[in-house]
Design a protein around this ligand. Sequence first.
Ligand SMILES: [Fe+2]
Length: 300
Amino acid sequence: MIESLSYIGFTSPRASEWEELGPAVLGLQLAPRQPDGVIRLRMDDAAYRIAIADGPVDNLDHLGWGVAGPAAFEAAVATLQSKGVTVTREGDDLAARRCVVDLASFCDPFGWRQEISWGQACRQHTFQPGRPMSGFVTEAGGLGHIVLVVPDLARAEAFYMGVLGFRLSDEVRFMGLKIHFYHCNTRHHTLAMLEMPGVTGVVHLMLQVASLDDVGTALDIVQRRGYPMSMTLGRHANDHMVSFYFRTPSGFDIEYGWGAVEIEAAANRPMLYDTGDIWGHHPPEDGMDLPGILRPVPAV
Ligand SMILES: [Fe+2]
C-alpha cells in the first residue's frame, strides 16, 4: 500500500531554530515561507520533506506516506475502511499546504496521525543544499526513516504490517531492548519500532547523505555548535549505516548517516541481531536520555 515516507511534520516551541539548524547544520534547504508560517525544509526536488510548525509542545504532528497515484490512493482508502480504520478525506486547503494532489488522514492505534497522499509537488533541478554537501539519498526510498516507541509490538504490527503493509526487515535485541525494522521500498527500513510498555514516542528521524564526508562534516558542525550528542559515530549491524545521533531542540534525535545497504524485498529473510552495532554508536557516559517525545498510552 505505502510506497515511501514522502513528508513528515513536527510541532515545537523552538520551531524557529530550524531556520538555522536545517540549512547550516543538516544541509537542508529552506522552502519559501507560506502564510501559515511553518518552516518547511527541502532535501531534494520535492517541494519540501520536513515541516516544523510552532506549537506548545514537542510532538510528531503527522507521518506523510506516499502512494503510487490516484488508483492506489482510492484502493488504500478502501482497504483502510474495510479494516475498520476511520479515514478522513482531506480538502484542497490541506493538500495545498502539504504540496500534494490529494490526501486522506487517519490515526494509528496509539494516536499518531497518519496521512496518505499522491502527487507530491516537485520542481526539477532546483534543490540547493543549505551548506556545501553532496546531497541526500531520497527518490523512491522516501525521505529517510522514523523510529517510534510503541507499548506493544504485536498491536503496532497488526496496524503497520497488517493494515499499511509494511514488511519486517530485521529484529535487533540488545541492552534489554527489542526493536523491529520494517521496509516498504528498497530502503532497509523506513519505519522501526522499539517496545516500551505503557508509553509511545518518537526516538529519531534518519536522513541519509550521499557521502561519508557529509557525515563527518555534519559531526564537526554539531559538536562545534554544542548540540547534545545522543550516540557517537558508529556503524549499525543490520543496515550498515555509518551515522551519529544528536538531540534537536524539538525533542527528537536526528540520525545523520551514509552507506546503508538496500533491501531486496522479495529476497529478504528477517534476521535476529544481538547487537545494534558493528562498532561505535556509544551513548553519552552519563547514560542515554529518554526520548524527548514520549507519552503514556492507556492499556486496552
Ligand atoms: Fe535509525
